[in-house]
Design a protein. Structure first.
Length: 45
């Protein structure tokens, strides 16, 4: 990947069908990524 390119991942690749919450572990810390009722993404620690 070139320095000026940013990787894009479709959120459908992260969430299984019907799933609304996933956990992401970064540097040993667990974050929660959720889809809201308004179909927005919220990441919390």
């Amino acid at each position: 990947m070139k320095n000026n390119q940013i990787k894009a991942i479709d959120s459908q690749m992260l969430f299984d069908k019907g799933e609304k919450i996933i956990h992401i572990i970064h540097d040993g810390v667990v974050y929660t990524l959720r889809i809201t009722k308004e179909n927005k993404l919220i990441l919390t620690k």
